[in-house]
Ligand binder design. Sequence first.
Ligand code: URP
Ligand code: ZN
Ligand code: ZN
Length: 467
Amino acid sequence: MSIVIRNGTVVNATGAYPADVLVEGERIAALAAPDSGLAQQWASGAERVIDAAGKYVVPGGIDGHTHMEMPFGGTFSADNFETGTIAAAWGGTTTIVDFAVQGKGTSLLSALDKWHSKADGNCAIDYGFHMIISDVNDTSLKEMEACIDAGVNTFKMFMAYPGVFYATDGEILRAMQKARDTGSMIMMHAENGIAIDQLVAQALASGHTDPVQHGLTRPPELEGEATSRAITLAKVTGSPLYIVHLSAAHALDAVTQARDTGQNVFAETCPQYLFLSLDDLAKPDFEGAKYVASPPLRPKEHQAELWRGLRTNDLSLVSTDHCPFCFKDQKELGRGDFSKIPNGMPGVEHRMDLLYQGVVKGEITLPRWVEISSTTPARMFGLYPRKGVIAPGADADLTVYDPTARQTISASTHHMKVDYSAYEGMELTGKVSTVLSRGRVVVDDNAFHGAAGHGTFLKRDLSQYLV
Ligand code: URP
Ligand code: ZN
Ligand code: ZN
């Protein structure tokens, strides 16, 4: 099947220019100037021509942080690999990297098998895995090597959630030594969970049970402290470090300082920290539960710092941390006790659109939009140049984006399997018009044309930001 995307503006991380894109089979075959004889020849010979006049043609988005069917707080996140990847495709994302979870007392490899069986044959777009290590011991440290051989070379650890995923500094140190020795990377959930648990217990004992307490008992200083500690452990061990879902200026300061000294420290933030705030967590009548995720939403002042970090590259990229729980029956588990609200928010469908608002508002440039949503994730997670760039030979994962279309986010129109939207009623400029996943049109003309099972597992190389 040959497809030509005609008359659009191709936007890569390096810049934007008018070009026609020829897709042959699953890959991009060539680019040509739209007024060239070559482009006209392609258009007349192609099986399908997609008119992208007035639109941007960008590499499909890569969401490097999702949790489909994740066990948490006695329940499971509401999207499975089928519904979650279809929703991602609707929003112009053509690759996800999801987190396999090692349970306490189980092995990394059995967790990997389990996640393969959840995902294989069910994904509408390509996918890879990170591994959550919640039980550090000689066996799991050894198993990190087998995970790396299997294309899973990023290992998330938690300084939060004592008794569940929490790792001690000593355990983190040991895993970091293994990451250093193998060229792999430790990803860190950096919040001081021991101190937070005391604050949570004190709040509950004083009768403070509302969702806003989730934010008040996890102050930004405790994210800053944990981030600094993780950076120190990375320095001592010589391990690269990737801070996930960074939400607070305090943590960003620590990352910026480390990067200024040349340490291999990277960080992502998420749309919810750029657009939502502690005010949302404080919504009355338990509405705030919709916004419970960790780290929590911060006071508005942090948002400007995060946008600055995205401009200066102290924040390398934006992932969603998509971990949806329905308001009814799932978030409601925490009525009367905020600590029982399952942690996580939906977002995989709207990352590209929300970040495009940064272009509209002048926070980031058009190529930077592509860089933080696709190119850097591809490089960070060992997928470049197969993914993350519009260039000959790359997978034909392409999003045609209409920069002038208007849309309003709503749970009544979104495709995620969750009964609310954290951005309900938000009016946006820009909208996906067509999406290709490995040469197959999966979204076009407001309809889904893909299929569960089209997505393939991506065995990832080591991070391309490490020498
Ligand atoms: O609240 C969150 N972020 N839930 C998902 C698990 C995690 O810590 O990333
Ligand atoms: Zn986390
Ligand atoms: Zn997460």
